[in-house]
Design a protein around this ligand. Structure first.
Ligand code: SOE
Length: 396
């Protein structure tokens, strides 16, 4: 006999069915089984741009139905949450309409294509919050237990004064010059290239761990491959980053790689590199923080580990030690597997939904809010401005 169900139900809708559509569908499918969220969730609708493909995706990913236009979600009383997993060019329109229709909104990163869009989204989020409607931007890496632990160590003063951060995000999926010009390589759809797509993650992670906000930046970007074949067809269902090429060529309008540095409001010097051209590196999101009393180092390719150097330990026996961030006391771990059994890429997306659902139940704004997404957008735009001004110009 099953236990009586006393939790209110939230009807969920997702918009998009490519890589993030697949990942978030998986997270929505799982969130009900991890701990006991204060809402039951029901995977009601998956929206796409084509009814047939949306129906196929809904069947594949376990949604009640698929629809060919996200606007259909706004009128529905059985949809309480809209999860936006589309390219950046539609985030603002969908998020603002959904918030105005009283739907809680979770939106993939970067929040928008431009600061102006992110400002409008944040204004809509703040107006909606006054009516109890919540919103969140999906920076998944801050939900990795080892990253949360790094933040806790900084907050507890174990690193002393944070002086330096070096963060890189290294991928190689567009090294092949024949890789097609998918939306992530088009400025009018994505806003920026590596800078926005993966640079936004390390900006958020650096600020999240240190508690410092970037107040000034300088950077430069490069597009190594200027032309690529246009994609043969629209992204299919759950196709990840892959695509097939047509014979027609188009201009790449975003950066392939970005390097930049900046100063935090607590005095830290931070350096960043975001690239999709680091041949051999698949998802190398790494961050190291050095303080006056200790250091931490994280590498997503070993995501269950945090390396900690405690400067108070006597020198002869000191060194970086590996903390296996799989204990129930580590952020996000308690409801999963016994200590030492580890988590993967998909789990932080579930943590993100847990935070979102808890915030709705508590009547508070989830973290990170749209306002935090806007602040990251401002950093991205400042880096772009610096790059456009050719800030790396002092002749050698
Ligand atoms: C592609 O660079 C991508 O899928 C990003 O869009 C994601 O945010 C990142 O988690 C993995 O790489």
């Amino acid at each position: 006999m099953s236990a009586p169900e006393d939790r209110p139900e939230l009807g969920i809708a997702v918009v998009g069915h490519s890589f993030m559509g697949a990942v978030h569908s998986h997270a929505w499918r799982t969130v009900d089984h991890v701990g006991r969220p204060r809402f039951r969730t029901r995977r009601r609708v998956l929206a796409g741009r084509d009814a047939g493909r949306a129906a196929a995706a809904a069947a594949q990913f376990g949604w009640d139905e698929g629809v060919g236009d996200w606007r259909a979600l706004l009128e529905r009383d059985d949809v309480h949450v809209v999860d936006i997993l589309t390219p950046g060019d539609s985030h603002a329109e969908i998020a603002i309409a959904a918030l105005e229709a009283g739907k809680h909104v979770i939106c993939e990163k970067p929040l928008a294509k431009t600061v102006e869009e992110a400002e409008r989204m944040t204004a809509a989020a703040e107006a909606a919050a006054a009516r109890g409607v919540r919103s969140m931007v999906a920076f998944n890496y801050r939900q990795v237990p080892a990253v949360g632990l790094a933040r806790q160590l900084v907050a507890a003063g174990r690193l002393g004064t944070v002086r330096q951060v070096r963060a890189v995000y290294l991928q190689d999926w567009i090294v092949d010059e024949e890789f097609p010009l998918t939306w992530r390589l088009q400025a009018d759809r994505a806003g920026a290239g590596s800078l926005g797509d993966i640079g936004s993650h390390i900006i958020d992670a650096a600020q999240f761990i240190t508690g410092q906000r970037l107040v000034s930046v300088s950077g430069t970007t490069e597009t190594f491959v200027k032309q690529r074949p246009l994609p043969a067809a629209e992204a299919g269902v759950g196709t990840g980053l892959s695509a097939t090429a047509s014979t027609e060529m188009g201009e790449v309008t975003v950066d392939d790689a970005a390097v930049f540095f900046g100063r935090g409001d607590g005095g830290a010097l931070m350096t960043f590199e975001a690239t999709r051209m680091a041949l051999g590196r698949k998802n190398g999101m790494k961050i190291e923080v050095n303080g006056s009393a200790g250091s931490v180092a994280f590498d997503f390719e070993s995501m269950n580990e945090l390396w900690f150097y405690d400067g108070t330990v006597p020198a002869p026996e000191n060194g970086f030690r590996r903390i296996f961030a799989t204990e129930p006391e580590h952020p996000g771990v308690a409801n999963w597997w016994p200590a030492g059994h580890g988590l993967g890429y998909d789990h932080p997306f579930v943590h993100e939904l847990q935070e979102f659902l808890s915030a709705i139940a508590d009547g508070r704004d989830p973290a990170p809010s749209f306002a935090e997404g806007l602040q990251v957008q401002r950093v991205l735009e400042a880096v772009q401005r610096s790059a456009d001004n050719d800030s790396v110009r002092t002749p050698v």
